[in-house]
Design a protein. Structure first.
Length: 333
């Protein structure tokens, strides 16, 4: 096993660098994640696996000794997910990057299909794929050999995108100076549209290449009042920063990002309601969105859900109805 100090300098860059962020999880989950990468159709010189331990109380290093030089292990003072991912980016040598959370894993058949697409179409900058929450999904075949290629701007103007950074395999060079904003929730929602705007060729596949493990006691799913308020506050900050950026972009890019901002604003209002925000506070937050030019939601033909929600949230009576109905619908699910 390699550490940052003896990190190799290899003139032949690996095909993909997998950046695994780890913090206070059962070490078995981390090993399962690493094993899923080692099982892919990649030669040892084609892959680079970097595990960034973000200051866990107990280091997993003893369990990782079994992997020898197949992984690079880096331990740092706790700084949060954004800082850990940024550290991985700085250490990466791969032509493409793939983020993986340590409690998730890559689905072999689906991700091998993704690798085959990028090998077949080497000018692709980003490949967007799908996820699954079915742990038994392992060998489903995929046949979308001719994958449509769009620019990131074209994709965002006409299609929905994944908010999560791990939903993409992307060329390292397109990053430039783009990094995750430290110390916030919803860092992915800020990072992914900015990444796509930099990209000339994006391909999309329906392959379920990533297993996402929903853990009810994770930080992002915490139900404490403080955590709820922090998530909403950080989400609002991301929306405002993206909205402000729109005015400085070329028209096509601005339209693409504005579409994403409207969708994020819709989700922000939705989240404040289903998380039990009191009616008075909802109205106060709506007033802030109005003052910032983010509300009412623009009348655009995005999705059925968006159009329905836009109409309902546009009036105080509609918002009152949503406050009563949405938490009930969530409980039924």
């Amino acid at each position: 096993m390699q550490s940052e100090q003896n990190f190799p300098t290899n003139s032949s860059a690996p095909f993909v660098t997998f950046i695994i962020t780890y913090y206070d999880l059962p070490v078995q989950m981390l090993c399962q994640c690493i094993d899923s990468i080692l099982a892919l159709k990649l030669q040892s010189e084609e892959r680079e696996i970097i595990v960034v331990d973000d200051g866990s109380k107990v280091s997993p290093v003893n369990a990782l000794m079994q992997y020898g030089d197949q992984i690079v292990y880096v331990r740092q003072t706790n700084g949060g997910l954004s800082v850990a991912r940024n550290r991985g980016i700085e250490l990466a040598h791969g032509e493409y990057l793939q983020f993986v959370d340590a409690d998730d894993w890559l689905v072999r058949a689906g991700y091998d299909h993704c690798l085959a697409i990028v090998r077949r179409q080497p000018t692709i900058d980003i490949l967007m794929f799908d996820k699954t929450d079915d742990p038994t999904l392992t060998n489903q075949p995929y046949n979308d050999k001719a994958v449509a290629v769009l620019s990131g701007t074209e994709l965002m103007r006409g299609h929905n995108i994944h908010g999560t950074a791990w939903g993409y395999m992307f060329r390292r060079q397109v990053l430039g100076q783009l990094r995750f904003t430290p110390g916030i929730f919803h860092e992915d929602e800020e990072f992914t549209p900015l990444l796509l705007l930099r990209t000339e060729q994006v391909a999309v596949t329906e392959a379920k290449a990533y297993y996402y493990r929903l853990r009810h006691h994770s930080i992002t799913n915490s139900d404490t009042d403080d955590a709820r308020r922090q998530r909403l506050s950080d989400c609002h900050g991301v929306i405002v920063r993206l909205h402000q950026l729109c005015s400085s972009l070329p028209v096509s890019d601005s339209q693409a990002l504005s579409r994403r901002v409207a969708q994020l604003t819709m989700d922000y209002i939705y989240q404040m309601i289903i998380q039990g925000t009191k009616r008075q506070e909802v109205e106060q937050l709506i007033a802030e969105l109005y003052d910032e030019g983010l509300f009412p939601l623009p009348d655009r033909n995005y999705t059925v859900k968006y159009n329905w929600f836009r109409r309902m949230s546009a009036t105080k009576a509609g918002r009152t109805l949503l406050i009563h109905l949405l938490p009930l619908l969530k409980k039924e699910r």
